[in-house]
Design a protein around this ligand. Structure first.
Ligand code: 5AD
Ligand code: SF4
Length: 456
């Protein structure tokens, strides 16, 4: 175990072990790959359980209250796990709760040693080292983005997939959402910086990349005075990586030029996440979403007209303050009309500090449950319908792993991001397939996955 007597020149975390747990969105998943990269570069070794770890890192999310409370409970409960070696395990908390609570987190949970925010990920090793050297808590959150994680070392979760953050933060301030308060204002990377990262990816064996941002369609507005997302998309599409995806798109900012870029480049996958949130104009107005359903449906039409077979996914909030049965019925209607491949459904969660937190929540628990179940039925029916349309087709599938249920079956993703299962040939195992794009003829479909056979 290193102490303050570590010789100069030695790696700062040499001989230490680390474990990390990540919650929330893809931005945290990207950050987690950078955390692993930084800790390993500093000499720490990954272990599979917290019990074995000298350092435990949590990347947290506070978008919804339930997850927030559960996480605080988890952080409290690890206090009593005995250290892996003779010295105290260092608990480091970052991500959105780190940013929001800063010092308060250590005041509430004394065994939390290091707190870092969403803007100063790069400081993590320095903070852990300071805690080791001084024995004092090391807490630092920055107000503004201190640079993009992409310049940090990385250990990718899936060696063939790269997250490419192009902007952080959000200027929209939807009335229910805490993100702008913990992720800050929109801040874009320069086109040159993004291009530099993109140009090395194919050589590193990357097969799929995902452009990341809270609101990718706003990319460039802060730097160039106007959004330039379509240009980033075209750059990514031409960088030699076979598959390009991007999240998240705000319907008010999705421009025709972006749809045209998607249509023009076969490497951009025919799939788009376009959060609807509600099907009622009255509720969208109260959420300050700044679009109406008619506009949303026009976008859907434009996407379907230009990108053959495009699959749409969405986020829906159930029970926003003031939502009536009639409002909810409109949400159901719009969802049925669009026919999403995937729907992420959330019961409204009051987040203090947001404008909606002072609005009156009127639906009862039973009503919310009932709405949730009705929406689930629509979600399942439309996923099944979309999946069934693939039967008889041959799809390109990027293999990710063996199926959890059967090690002889491979599991991967179709261009529309559907999970696909196919048995592997006798005598071959997953190592021969992981990270490869293979052809699978689809024979059957359920709500959650497609089933088929490998085509040689
Ligand atoms: N309550 C419920 N869902 C929320 N989301 C964001 N804030 C809240 C909240 N306070 C959902 C939105 C967003 C997704 C990432 O999380 O649907 O698109
Ligand atoms: Fe939150 Fe709205 Fe920004 Fe999305 S667009 S992160 S929902 S404030």
């Amino acid at each position: 175990m290193p102490t303050s007597t570590v010789a100069t020149g030695a790696k700062p975390l040499e001989n230490m072990t680390y474990w990390q747990r990540t919650f929330g969105c893809q931005m945290n998943e990207n950050d987690a790959e950078r955390v692993a990269g930084m800790l390993e570069e500093a000499g720490a070794l990954p272990v599979l359980t917290i019990e074995e770890a000298d350092i435990a890192v949590f990347l947290t999310c506070c978008v919804r209250e339930k997850a927030d409370i559960r996480l605080m409970g988890q952080l409290a409960s690890i206090k009593n796990i005995p250290p892996a070696h003779e010295e105290k395990r260092i608990i480091a908390v970052g991500g959105c709760i780190g940013q929001r609570d800063g010092e308060l987190l250590h005041e509430q949970l004394e065994h939390v040693d290091v707190v870092f925010g969403t803007h100063n990920l790069a400081s993590l090793v320095r903070l852990i080292k300071a805690r080791i050297d001084t024995g004092l808590p090391a807490i630092e959150t920055a107000e503004e983005n201190e640079g993009f994680a992409s310049s940090l070392p990385v250990r990718r979760d899936k060696p063939w997939h790269a997250w490419v953050p192009i902007m952080t933060g959000c200027d929209n301030f939807c009335t229910y959402c805490i993100v702008p308060y913990v992720r800050g204002r929109e801040s874009s990377r320069t086109l040159e910086d993004i291009q530099r990262e993109l140009s090395g990816l194919a050589e590193q064996g990357i097969k799929e990349l995902t452009l990341l941002g809270q609101n990718v369609n706003s990319y460039g507005r802060d730097l160039y005075g106007k959004p330039r997302f379509a240009e980033v998309l075209a750059m990514a599409a031409d960088c030699g990586v076979e598959r390009v995806r991007f999240v998240t798109s705000h319907p008010k900012d999705l421009l025709t030029e972006t749809i045209e870029a998607m249509a023009a480049h076969p490497t951009i996958m025919p799939q788009l996440h376009l959060p609807l949130q509600s099907g009622s104009d009255r509720i969208l107005d109260a959420m300050i979403r700044k679009y109406e359903i008619a506009h949303y449906l026009e976008l859907v039409q434009q996407l379907r007209d230009n990108i053959e077979g495009i699959s749409l996914s969405t986020d829906i909030i159930i029970g926003f303050p003031g939502e009536t049965e009639a409002d909810f019925q409109q949400t159901l209607d719009v969802c049925e009309q669009v026919g999403y491949g995937q729907m992420f459904r959330f019961i409204y969660s009051k987040r203090s500090g947001t404008p909606a937190a002072t609005m009156q929540q009127n639906a009862t628990r039973e009503e919310l449950q009932n709405r949730f179940e009705r929406l689930e039925a629509v979600a399942q029916a439309s996923s099944l319908a979309e999946n069934k349309r693939e039967i008889g087709r041959t799809l390109d599938v990027l293999v990710e792993s063996a199926s959890k249920r059967d090690a002889r079956v491979l599991a991967g993703k179709s261009p529309k991001n559907q999970t696909v299962h196919a048995p592997m040939p006798e005598g071959q195992d997953i190592d021969a397939f992981e990270g490869r794009i293979v052809k699978v003829r689809i024979e059957d479909a359920t709500t959650n996955y497609l089933q088929g056979s490998l085509e040689q």
